[in-house]
Write a protein that binds this ligand. Structure first.
Ligand code: ATP
Length: 236
């Protein structure tokens, strides 16, 4: 579904993503783990079209999207739930969802079905539909960011650190929702610092270190890899 070939992304002199090649197949959950500053968020931003590729190629559904603007990638079915959630604080939960569906706003049935899907996945959002997003708890804002990303009817959902700063019980809810979405047929790229949880849910995984892929394998393989255990799981 998604293929990165020798992707490079820089911020001035800083090379955040260096020569990354990887593949995401239809129906998979693939996780990308790595330390702070490894380039995980930059990688997702480049996939979403929010940072330009300096070099290399991004192919989505057999189409070269390397130069395609972000909003056109959304139209093709590529959605990002960003790190920090980025909810529209002064808008209600419902209006945040509508904004997520902007690319297909003329399709009223799809918008109504998308809102229902979000509420079904996270019933708490239905209860809080008229509440301003800025007054939601961190966990509720994460639910909203995910539900909003789903509103464009994506084929591929990129999730950037959905567990960041959340209490363990809420993290369980978020991971249950990720499993549910995969079971519904969505393909998911999951960037996470909670390596244990992420590898547990992932079909496959890549380790990113200072902008390069240094290891890859199934989630189970990386969970039992001594180097991964020592560096990311705090055990030996
Ligand atoms: P974290 O887990 O801490 O979010 P990350 O793996 O997502 O880290 P990135 O946020 O992609 O890492 O950052 C990769 C590198 O690029 C870091 O060295 C960071 O300082 C740098 N960087 C990120 N965004 C910018 C920016 N807008 N301008 C300049 N440098 C940046």
């Amino acid at each position: 579904m998604l293929k990165l070939e020798s992707l490079r992304v820089s911020y001035g002199a800083i090379q955040a993503v260096r020569d990354v090649s990887l593949e995401i197949r239809t129906g998979e959950i693939v996780t990308i783990i790595g330390a702070n500053g490894a380039g995980k968020s930059t990688l997702l931003k480049a996939v979403a079209g929010l940072e330009p590729a300096q070099d290399g190629r991004i192919t989505f559904m057999d189409r070269d999207i390397t130069q395609l603007p972000a909003h056109q990638r959304v139209g093709l079915g590529l959605a990002l739930s960003p790190e920090g959630r980025g909810v529209f604080a002064d808008q209600t939960v419902y209006d945040n969802l509508l904004l997520g569906g902007y690319a297909r706003r003329k399709d009223r049935d799809a918008i109504a079905a998308g809102v229902e899907r979000g509420y079904a996945l996270f019933p708490r959002l239905r209860e809080r539909r008229d509440q301003l997003a800025g007054t939601l708890s961190g966990g509720e804002q994460q639910m909203l960011a995910m539900a909003r990303a789903l509103m464009c009817g994506p084929r591929l959902l990129c999730l950037d650190e959905p567990s960041l700063g959340l209490a363990p019980l809420i993290v369980q809810d978020i991971f249950a929702a990720i499993r549910q979405l995969r079971d519904d047929g969505l393909t998911i790229v999951l960037v996470e610092q909670m390596a244990n949880q992420a590898l547990g849910v992932a079909d496959r995984a890549y380790v990113l270190e200072t902008g390069r892929v240094t290891l890859s394998g199934t989630g189970a393989q990386l969970l039992s890899d001594p180097k991964v255990r020592a560096a990311y799981l705090g055990s030996h």
